[in-house]
Design a protein around this ligand. Structure first.
Ligand SMILES: [Zn+2]
Length: 64
């Protein structure tokens, strides 16, 4: 069903390959790598939400 291809080697927002050697930035909420282009953008927030929607079973909290 879900294709789990090396997600740690791609930006989770734009799916761009991330160089192994460079220091990666990680989204603190999803723990997924994000490239410099996407870091801090609206696209990142959107992808973050989508990641939560797919990962979020059991983690859903109505608080805040
Ligand atoms: Zn990106």
């Amino acid at each position: 069903m879900t294709e789990q291809k090396n997600i740690m080697q791609h930006c989770f927002v734009c799916s761009k390959d991330l160089p192994q050697s460079n220091t990666k930035s990680f989204n603190p909420r999803t723990n997924l790598p994000v490239c410099e282009d996407c870091k801090g953008t609206e696209a990142e927030k959107k992808a973050e939400k989508e990641a939560w929607d797919s990962l979020g079973e059991g983690f859903v909290c109505g608080c805040i």
